[in-house]
Write a protein that binds this ligand. Structure first.
Ligand SMILES: C[S@@+](CC[C@H](N)C(=O)[O-])C[C@H]1O[C@@H](n2cnc3c(N)ncnc32)[C@H](O)[C@@H]1O
Ligand code: SF4
Length: 306
């Protein structure tokens, strides 16, 4: 498929369904009602979704310039509308736009200014969506909690997980978090298949240059507790490389901390944003630990997984 939009679904905190989560997210494809029934069949057959399929079938992209800038654009892939077969491979939920940190490259504050509210997902809206999917026979394979805020800053995050688990007990679930929360207060008793913690640095001094307002020890403790509380949870330390955190010594320190925390993967990620690491732009990282991996951009990594 030229991009994953006809096999995915993205629910924003305000109940909007946009065109995936990169450049295309400025396009609205529908809304989930606050009260009343929701029909996915109706939405997936609206003019916008029809336009997407027609564009793909005629070898073009639906939103022209917007698609050209979208990191999820895969123009040479075959067209296959999984939504018609009632299969959603990847369902992303944005629990909230709230976050206590102020990462300079994050679009959260702009989105708060520009998007209609509310900025926190209402549980009844999520339930309306899940009820519609179930009643019309949709299968969901993967659920991811992310979006443009900090998922764990939703006041009832574990209730969101309860609702999706009840609806889709076999879906694989993934949480992407900054880890600046107490693991037990937020997640005790809530199983998540994969927890990816964004920790860009191995010392407080370098970590807080991007994760402004964040506390490295809190994030490391969160990560340790995520793994030790349930060994079946796959825990990933995601480390974005910037010029301020990319020395060989700091990479080695991250590896030794990650080993001590017991994480399943320490994933170094390249970024295109301001302050990106230049040192390792075109050559492999000097990794020593067997669980460390060196990947390109977060979006390529996601595309490969779903
Ligand atoms: C907007 S955040 C929301 C989730 C959570 N608050 C967090 O920071 O992990 C979504 C993803 O964007 C990534 N991200 C943040 N700043 C980035 C940057 N400058 N370049 C690439 N990815 C970035 C985060 O690591 C995270 O995986
Ligand atoms: S922690 Fe995540 S949501 Fe918060 S400002 Fe940073 S990237 Fe954005």
């Amino acid at each position: 498929m030229p991009c994953r939009i006809l096999r995915s679904l993205y629910l924003r905190a305000n109940g909007e369904i946009p065109c995936d989560d990169d450049f295309g997210e400025q396009i609205n494809l529908g809304w989930i009602p606050k009260n009343g029934n929701f029909s996915p069949n109706e939405m997936f057959n609206n003019e916008k979704y029809k336009g997407i399929e027609e564009a793909f079938l005629s070898n073009t992209m639906p939103w022209g310039r917007i698609c050209n800038h979208c990191a999820l654009n895969r123009p040479t892939d075959p067209v296959d509308n999984h939504l018609r077969s009632r299969v959603i491979s990847y369902f992303q939920i944005e629990p909230t736009l709230a976050c206590a940190l102020g990462c300079p490259g994050c679009s959260r504050e702009r989105q708060i200014r520009q998007r209609p509210g509310p900025h926190t997902l209402a549980l009844n809206q999520l339930q309306n969506l899940l009820d519609g999917l179930i009643s019309e026979g949709y299968v969901v394979h993967n659920i991811e909690y992310c979006g443009q805020g900090e998922p764990l800053d939703h006041p009832q995050f574990s209730k969101i997980v309860d609702a999706t688990r009840t609806a889709y007990p076999n879906a694989r679930q993934r949480l992407i978090t900054n880890g600046n929360n107490d693991y037990f207060k937020k997640l005790e008793g809530t199983f998540i298949d994969e927890i990816m913690v964004s920790i860009d640095g191995a010392t407080q001094n370098s970590y807080e240059k991007y994760r402004i307002g964040g506390n490295l020890d809190t994030a490391l403790n969160f990560t340790r507790n995520a793994k030790s509380s349930n060994k079946d949870q796959y825990v990933v330390w995601k480390y974005i490389l910037f010029t301020h955190n990319d020395t060989t010594q700091e990479i080695e320190l991250a590896e030794s901390l990650a080993k001590d925390l017991g994480v399943d993967r320490l994933q170094f990620v390249r970024t295109h944003s301001v302050g990106k690491s230049v040192e390792w732009e075109n050559r492999p990282l000097p990794l020593r630990w067997v669980n460390s991996i060196d990947t390109s951009t977060p979006l390529v990594e996601r595309q490969n997984q779903f």
